[in-house]
Write a protein that binds this ligand. Structure first.
Ligand code: NAD
Ligand code: TYD
Length: 354
């Protein structure tokens, strides 16, 4: 048996592929376009593993995806491929529409064609799992209950709107064609291989390089944080036993204000790699112009997943963040490699006028 993973060279996808191959014998075909966010270095440890087949390709390419499904006799698809950074979606939404909406549509079309030709047993066993985000639900006020699966969709950024569109397509393919789909909506992930444009790895890296730690607005925006391996175990659990057509929210029960997250990182770095001048890293914190349309609070109610499938996260924020900081300190070569010329020009674009 073989599964197809899309976007498996990105942050969560590569963690998922590594975890998958470490925990079971089933082969993985990994199709990834290798945008700025995709990095084969993440997969170096499985480069020579016969169970891992990497294909550089775009999910928009119907023929390519259909060929992979047929050639490898795929029994399940896990769709991670996406443009994922809110700030980039504000500067240039086009790629988000292309990959997150058109790409998901073409992928669904290829899967529908393939699945429709399977024999009855294979059709019944087939799964399409779509990996999505809590950002589709919009923003919560302080004191409002966390997002349940029934919360109305109110996406506020081009990123979350494009993910919401893909979630709706996935739902419609189940309702209309009976495609055996599952959707997961997860909160903010952190951990190894996180591209250093996102808050946590950016601040670790800036701290170590003596640069400012940029806090958008007042830093009181709240996110729920989940260690990436907990996200991977939740996806495996939903793939195994999730009810067809259902949505499962995944979260870490770790609501934190951005400023507190960055202060925690600073304290941890003070302990693990103190500044050469002995001063605290928190001195590098600066407040910068806010993100347009910045969602104030996300919080996830993950009780359905616990009730139906017995999943709970293993890591607390404290244990997960310690592992993460230690990983970045031990993998500065990885960071240096991903911080290419292209990435430097993004940093100029996003931070120069703030
Ligand atoms: P990422 O940006 O790190 O990785 C995305 C991967 O997809 C990259 O390897 C990229 O090369 C690939 N890709 C992009 N366009 C493609 C295309 N057209 N065809 C094939 N491959 C393509 O993103 P991530 O943080 O790993 O997120 C993975 C998924 O999880 C996304 O769907 C995202 O919306 C969702 N998600 C992310 C978070 C988070 O906190 N990072 C939280 C919840 C949900
Ligand atoms: P990010 O990691 O981009 O994830 P998302 O926007 O998907 O939640 O940002 C997490 C939070 O941190 C978000 O509220 C924006 C904020 N943020 C900053 O304050 N400064 C930064 O430099 C970045 C990248 C993010």
């Amino acid at each position: 048996m073989t599964i197809l993973v899309t976007g498996g060279a990105g942050f969560i996808g590569s963690n998922f592929v590594l975890d998958w191959l470490a925990t079971c014998d089933e082969a993985v075909v990994n199709v990834d376009k290798l945008t700025y966010a995709g990095n084969l270095q993440n997969l170096a440890s499985v480069q020579h593993d016969a169970r891992h087949v990497f294909v550089r390709g775009d999910i928009v390419d119907y023929d390519l995806v259909l060929g992979l499904l047929q050639r490898h006799g795929i029994r399940a698809v896990v769709n991670f491929a996406a443009e994922s950074h809110v700030d980039r979606s504000i500067h240039g939404p086009e790629d988000f529409i292309q990959t997150n909406i058109v790409g998901s549509f073409r992928l669904l079309e290829a899967v529908r064609a393939y699945w429709g030709n399977l024999d009855a047993d294979a059709r019944a066993a087939f799964r399409f799992l779509h990996v999505s985000t809590d950002e589709v639900y919009g923003s919560l006020a302080i004191g409002e209950p966390p997002f349940a699966e029934t919360h109305p969709y109110q996406p506020n950024s081009p990123y979350s709107a494009s993910k919401a569109a893909s979630d709706h397509l996935v739902r419609a393919y189940h309702h209309t064609y009976g495609l055996p789909v599952l959707t997961t909506n997860c909160s903010n992930n952190y951990g190894p291989y996180h591209f250093p444009e996102k808050l946590i790895p950016l601040c670790i890296q800036n701290a170590l390089s003596g640069k400012p730690l940029p806090i958008y607005g007042d830093g009181q925006q709240i996110r729920d944080w989940l260690y990436v391996q907990d996200h991977c175990s939740a996806i495996r659990r939903v793939l195994e036993d999730g009810r067809l057509g259902e949505v499962y929210n995944i979260g870490g029960w770790n609501e934190k204000a951005n400023l507190d997250v960055v202060k925690t990182l600073c304290t941890m770095l003070d302990e693990l790699q103190p500044r050469s001048d002995g001063k605290p890293y928190a001195e590098q914190i600066v407040f910068v112009t806010d993100r347009p349309g910045h969602d104030r609070r996300y919080a996830i109610d993950a009780r359905k997943l616990e009730r139906e499938l017995g999943w709970r996260p293993v890591e607390t924020f404290e244990t997960g963040i310690r592992k993460t900081v230690a990983w970045y300190l031990a993998h500065q070569d990885w960071v240096a490699n991903v911080m290419s010329g292209d990435y430097q020009s993004w940093l100029d674009k996003n931070y120069e006028d703030r």
